[in-house]
Design a protein around this ligand. Structure first.
Ligand code: C2E
Ligand code: CA
Ligand code: CA
Ligand code: CA
Length: 279
């Protein structure tokens, strides 16, 4: 018994150290990727329910890995956060978005604002307001073209550093959006006090819309309260015309999701926004 216990321990130990080694390797590759331009940004439109016109696009990062192909953010954002690389990654994404907007503007293209995802951990390692200000200045773009998406967890613990960074972003004329709304615990009045303009409702609620009454109940309550507090509501993850129709009847302001468009590489983003009909 003693021997086999020991053997098990050794086996586990070998497996564990192999996992550690693989993780370390992946982390080094990610560090390299961030510094050597292997990150690419795709853009997903968000459209107005009033007229189907694109109001904004969300910047979603992908990793163009030399052997693994295009890697989804869910596979490397958590690692970037754990390894202390998220501030640098966020900076690269913001810089790329500003460069892209400047490029489109130079070519006389119709441009709409782009929202960037800023991780809660970015605030711990650096000042995202500073990052945004320097990228906007470097590329000479209008700050009104940049929007920032923050999850509720960024605002928790109400640290004064985070609050003042958010105020600084706001004061630059940047629109603030709450991402994945409904998955955290912040109150709407708290979000309004912090001057958020838009609530992006998590796609889990959108998926429930045609399935059960709960989705509709949740959306109805949120839309009523958000509107009375002067905030707009965006539904995330809209995949069907049925969901879009329900959301329109509930007076949801904007939608985003595969029903409108998948995230697209810059070369496939249409100069003139796609128009969607909900009829
Ligand atoms: P998110 O911010 O909630 O972004 C929306 C995600 O939902 C995207 O996944 C998008 O492709 C996906 N999506 C859009 N429409 C639909 C739909 O109709 N159905 C379904 N099932 N999914 C839809 P993606 O691009 O894989 O990004 C995943 C997450 O990674 C993002 O979730 C965000 O939290 C994070 N992320 C992406 N880019 C960045 C970035 O530049 N910085 C940081 N910090 N996080 C990022
Ligand atoms: Ca987002
Ligand atoms: Ca989201
Ligand atoms: Ca406001």
């Amino acid at each position: 018994v003693k021997t086999s216990g020991k053997r098990n321990y050794c086996f586990f130990d070998a497996e564990f150290s192999e996992r550690l080694r693989a993780r370390h390797q992946y982390e080094m590759e990610l560090r390299y990727a961030i510094e050597h331009d292997q990150l690419v940004v795709h853009y997903q439109p968000r459209v107005s329910m009033a007229n189907g016109i694109t109001t904004s696009m969300e910047a979603l990062v992908r990793w163009h890995h030399p052997t693994r192909g295009l890697v989804e953010p869910s596979e490397f954002i958590p690692l970037a956060e754990e390894a202390g690389l998220i501030a640098r990654l966020g900076e690269r994404v913001i810089d790329k978005v500003c460069a892209q907007l400047a490029f489109w503007a130079r070519h006389g293209r119709h441009v709409v604002p782009v929202s960037v995802n800023v991780s809660a951990l970015h605030f711990q390692d650096a000042d995202p307001a500073q990052t945004l200000a320097s990228c906007i200045a470097r590329h000479g773009i209008d700050p009104g073209l940049i929007e920032v998406e923050l999850t509720e967890s960024s605002m928790m613990g109400d640290s004064e550093t985070v609050a003042s960074a958010i105020r600084a972003i706001r004061n630059m004329g940047i629109t603030l959006l709450v991402d994945d709304f409904g998955t955290g615990y912040s109150s709407l009045s708290q979000l309004q006090r912090m001057d958020f303009d838009v609530l992006k409702v998590d796609r889990a609620f959108t998926a429930q819309l045609e399935q059960s009454r709960e989705g509709t109940v949740f959306y109805t309550a949120i839309i009523t309260m958000a509107h009375s507090l002067g905030m707009k509501v965006v539904a995330e993850g809209v995949e069907s015309i049925g969901q879009a129709r329900v959301l329109k009847s509930l007076e949801c302001d904007e939608i985003q999701g595969y029903f409108v468009s998948r995230p697209l590489p810059p070369s496939e983003v249409q100069p003139l926004a796609p128009q969607v009909s909900f009829a």
